[in-house]
Write a protein that binds this ligand. Structure first.
Ligand code: BYC
Length: 319
């Protein structure tokens, strides 16, 4: 440590800062934006939070496709509110990334240039209105399973953003389930639509939790730092255990012949996941990757004049 001067206390050296960081993590306290943090902690968080923010923003597209074709005014109002919530989640998350020194416009550019990822789940098409219900039930259900533990994430701004996000996700999940319940009480054709949507979304929902633990390069360090609290496989299992009874109440079959309760553990065993498909989707070769990115690019470019005008206006006022 360098000698203190009269007007400026000595800056603690890196080892002392690291020790303080480690002690904060060990005590399960939060790291805040002004605290010192290792560079890998900062960049790892920017990676995860940016990916999460991009998922919320891209996630508006599959459901947004149904806004003009919702079957009633009530369903349209609900869907509009949900899609708007997702925009809000993206904004909280980009703000959290900004507290780590990231720039929102730069993150958007990286998404469009495919240098940063977004959730695999949003690369599948929404073919019927039952997909809206199934996204609410399964996709938001998986999101809740994954994100509730993130409310205790070690990085303060991320953890606090997650609290509000999870409250809204919980409403989203229930609206999806209620929509499916309504369709299941309807005609045979409606029940068939629900079953078809469940058949298509089940496996991609399981993939949302990420690769298996023995193939997850980021998990070990992320869990040591308390960013992630549970492993990918642990959360996936929790989701399956939570969802099987809900499927029974709904009256749909989950498309996995190996799905069975293990009486020894009280948990559900399930069949192998197609990790080749997962890898293809996150490499940009899923059914809708090109369409999703093209639309995000068009939104950025077509609306650039709004950003320019707002920036010029803010500049004029600050002068
Ligand atoms: N899709 O080492 P791993 C929502 C990547 S929003 C794409 O296990 P990690 C919603 C991973 O990033 C849903 N990529 O990573 C929105 C890594 O790549 P890089 C989004 C995936 O970070 C609107 C590589 O694979 N939720 O729910 O320890 C409407 C190796 O993985 C995926 C979040 O983002 C995937 N599924 O764990 C409705 C939650 N899985 O970066 C709903 C926050 C993995 O090394 N994020 N990859 O090139 C997380 O909890 C974690 O980042 C993950 C992955 C569990 C997703």
């Amino acid at each position: 440590m360098s000698a203190p001067t009269l007007d400026r206390p000595a800056a603690p050296d890196e080892a002392a800062l690291q020790a303080q960081f480690d002690a904060t993590i060990a005590a399960d306290h939060r790291i805040e934006p002004r605290d010192w943090m290792p560079e890998a902690y900062r960049s790892g968080l920017v990676r995860q939070i940016a990916q999460h923010a991009h998922s919320e923003i891209i996630g508006m597209q599959p459901e947004g496709d149904w806004l003009l074709a919702a079957p009633s005014l009530r369903r349209k109002a609900i869907l509009l509110a949900k899609v708007q919530d997702e925009a809000g989640h993206g904004m909280y998350l980009y703000s959290a990334a900004e507290t780590l020194g990231a720039d929102r416009a730069d993150l958007t550019d990286k998404l469009i240039e495919r240098k940063q990822k977004y959730s695999s789940i949003f690369n599948y098409p929404t073919l019927t209105y039952a997909d809206v219900g199934v996204i609410g039930w399964l996709v938001d259900g998986a999101a809740i399973c994954n994100q509730v533990p993130l409310c205790r994430s070690s990085y303060g701004p991320y953890a606090r953003a997650m609290i509000r996000v999870c409250k809204e996700e919980s409403f989203h999940q229930r609206q999806g389930y209620e929509l499916l319940m309504t369709m299941m009480r309807g005609t045979d054709a409606q029940r068939a639509m629900v079953q078809d949507a469940v058949d298509r979304w089940w496996a991609p929902s399981l993939m949302m939790f990420g690769p298996p633990d023995d193939d997850s390069p980021n998990s070990a360090q992320s869990m040591k730092w308390g960013v992630k609290r549970h492993s990918n496989d642990e959360l996936r299992q929790r989701f399956v255990d939570m969802t099987v009874p809900q499927a029974e109440v709904l009256g749909v079959t989950l498309p996995d012949p190996e799905l069975a309760l293990d009486p020894a553990t009280g948990r559900y065993r399930f069949g192998a996941i197609d990790w080749t498909e997962f890898k293809q989707v996150i490499a940009g070769k899923g059914p809708c990757n090109d369409e999703r990115i093209a639309r995000r690019r068009a939104a950025r470019d077509d609306n650039a004049w709004v950003t320019e005008a707002a920036t010029a206006y803010a500049g004029k006022h600050s002068r």
